[in-house]
Unconditional design. Sequence first.
Length: 206
Amino acid sequence: MALVTVSNNSLTAVTALPASVPTGALTLIKSITASASASIIFKNGVDGLVLDNTYKSYVFKFINCHPSADGVNFQFQVGTGTDDTYNEAITSTYVVSYHAEADNDQAAEYNGAHDQAQGTSFQTLCNSVGADNDQQVSGTLLFNGFADSTYVKHFVADIQNAYSADYTFRHLVAGYVNTTTALSRIQFKMSSGNIDSGIIKLYGVL
């Protein structure tokens, strides 16, 4: 279906959007499969990966990320420049809803144990992930302006995990990385042990 514009009192059909108009389309940039991995890192310039301002938003999708240890937290941190440090200042908020398999406990609540106020620790995306075969992490992390050099970097995460005590948990985490310097890398890891298996996919959003 063509778009219609008005110019000098006449109608003109437009069959394609101008390149400057965002479409919201997802473009797969890179996929990494974990195998007893201490961490998974997406870094500009490594293995042909380019993290620049071509995309205003980046989306990370977590698919069945399973820990080697029981009751661990799934986390991320970011960095700038070309070194290997991950310690940017983060301010965040953390809300969870949960339901027990036994149907005897359920709630939705703010969890202040996993937010930060200009903290430089790894940001928890979900806590107490179980190591049973039916326990893992799946979800999405959206970063706006990841490689922007003017504004701070906002993020929103929606994560589902099977809790180590036989619960299902949904974690809603949001915040910002308080730097106007372009980010060049991001690291995902468990708070202890390895990412035993799973896939993390990186998409650019036009």
